[in-house]
Design a protein around this ligand. Structure first.
Ligand code: IMP
Ligand code: MG
Length: 185
């Protein structure tokens, strides 16, 4: 397939399924410790968060937390470059007014998506908003925001898998891989 010929993966995963599972169990303990007795609403940012979020809420369940669950669909990327222009393509359905909200995203890169979404949910009068990302690329940050819960801090590489895509592909990989270079044919 030509599409697959145009990108190269590094052979070794950046993070294996097992490494992701182990770290997530630790993260969820932190979240559970902080939010255990709260009525929680978890809002995932589509599309990248879907796999991480699915595993995260199953771990919350193990820790006896049964949140309401919803999604917003926010997009900014084309290929490996952030366009800087954010769109709310789909709003959440739940009312977050006076609720404790945990926002979940796959990766914190420039910070624009998380900042935009956090501000949006604060505008909707949530009582308290915390944020959780699987991956953080601190060296790429252009707006001042950090997540409250971070799975892994990584270097400035473009990753795919476990929900993250390159031009819509490779979200299905159960591990995280690095795209080496992009060759236009
Ligand atoms: P930010 O707004 O620049 O922080 O970008 C956050 C969004 O960009 C994430 O929700 C991802 O969907 C996407 N993104 C950033 N870095 C990567 C990457 O390395 N691989 C895949 N998607 C990425
Ligand atoms: Mg995303």
């Amino acid at each position: 397939m030509t599409e697959n010929n145009s990108i190269n993966f590094q052979r070794e995963p950046l993070l294996t399924e097992t490494e992701i599972k182990v770290r997530m169990a630790e993260m969820v303990l932190e979240i559970a410790r902080d939010l255990q007795h709260e009525e929680l609403t978890v809002i995932g940012i589509l599309r990248g968060s879907f796999m991480f979020m699915a595993d995260l809420v199953r771990l919350l369940y193990v820790n006896d937390i049964h949140p309401l669950i919803d999604f917003v669909f926010v997009t900014s990327y084309e290929g490996t470059e952030s366009t800087g222009h954010l769109n709310l393509l789909r709003d959440m359905s739940l009312d977050v007014k006076d609720r404790k909200v945990l926002i979940v995203d796959d990766i914190l890169d420039t910070g624009r998506t998380l900042k935009f979404t956090k501000e949006y949910i604060i505008e909707r009068e949530a009582m308290e908003v915390s944020t959780c990302v699987l991956l953080d690329k601190p060296s790429r940050r252009t707006v001042p925001i950090n997540a409250d819960y971070v799975g892994f801090s990584i270097n400035d590489v473009f990753v795919v898998g476990y929900g993250l895509d390159y031009n819509g592909r490779y979200r299905d990989l159960p591990y995280l891989g690095v795209i080496d270079c992009v060759e236009v044919e």
